[in-house]
Design a protein around this ligand. Structure first.
Ligand code: 5GP
Length: 199
């Protein structure tokens, strides 16, 4: 994976339900230079999700074929489904843009093996476990069993916080977003490339 040394790659990971997808989208809306790496998944789309925007939704057979043909920089099995970052998607984006990955700790470990990448690894955590459960229920995207499963996965997920450069507590979405924005700005050497949309 070769890329323009001025472009940065931000990984945002968190246990499920901490608000990472909202923050990722907010960064992309504010900074034109950032593109989100749209992953492939075998998970079924949620009602509000759009194919090619939130994910590329594919079958297990298609995913297996892509693994076999070495099309992913990283992939992982999470909650019975596969999720992966396509080489083609990333290589296209990184020539001209900064990139944000919304991936889990397994994917982060795999991408970290590419030593030439300027990765900024950020891990978001909820203020406490009860809050996490409330958020998982409130966002109303998953079945009761799935909520329970994602909640239980928290203990395993959080063990991997040490693999990240920054740990941020999402107590308040706006503050959390501001902290991430500051991290990005301080890491981005060529600030002029962060072409901010005037809002
Ligand atoms: P969800 O099903 O809630 O959209 O995502 C479940 C988990 O999969 C989240 O932690 C998300 O960050 C992670 N994820 C999404 N895409 C990828 C990917 O391409 N690779 C890896 N390793 N994890 C991913």
């Amino acid at each position: 994976m070769n890329h323009d040394s001025k472009n940065i790659m931000v990984i945002l990971s968190s246990p499920s339900g901490v608000g990472k997808t909202t923050i990722t989208k907010k960064i992309q809306q504010k900074y034109q230079s950032f593109k989100i790496s749209v992953s492939h998944t075998t998970r079924k789309p949620r009602p509000n999700e759009v194919d090619g925007v939130d994910y590329f939704f594919i079958s297990h057979a298609e995913f297996k074929k892509k693994i076999h043909e070495n099309e992913f920089y990283e992939y992982a099995k999470i909650f019975d489904n596969y999720y992966g970052t396509s080489k083609k998607t990333v290589d296209q984006i990184i020539k001209k843009n900064d990139i944000i990955f919304d991936i889990d700790w397994q994917g982060t470990k795999q991408l970290s093996k590419f030593k030439n990448l300027k990765l900024i690894k950020i891990y978001l955590i909820p203020p406490n476990k009860n809050e996490l459960k409330e958020r998982l229920i409130k966002r109303n995207q998953d079945s009761k069993d799935e909520v329970e499963r994602r909640y239980k996965a928290f203990d395993e997920d959080i063990l991997h916080w040490k693999d990240y450069d920054y740990i941020i507590v999402n107590q308040n979405l706006e503050n959390c977003y501001k902290q991430i924005e500051n991290i990005i700005i301080s890491n981005k050497k060529d600030l002029s490339k962060l072409s901010q949309i005037i809002q």
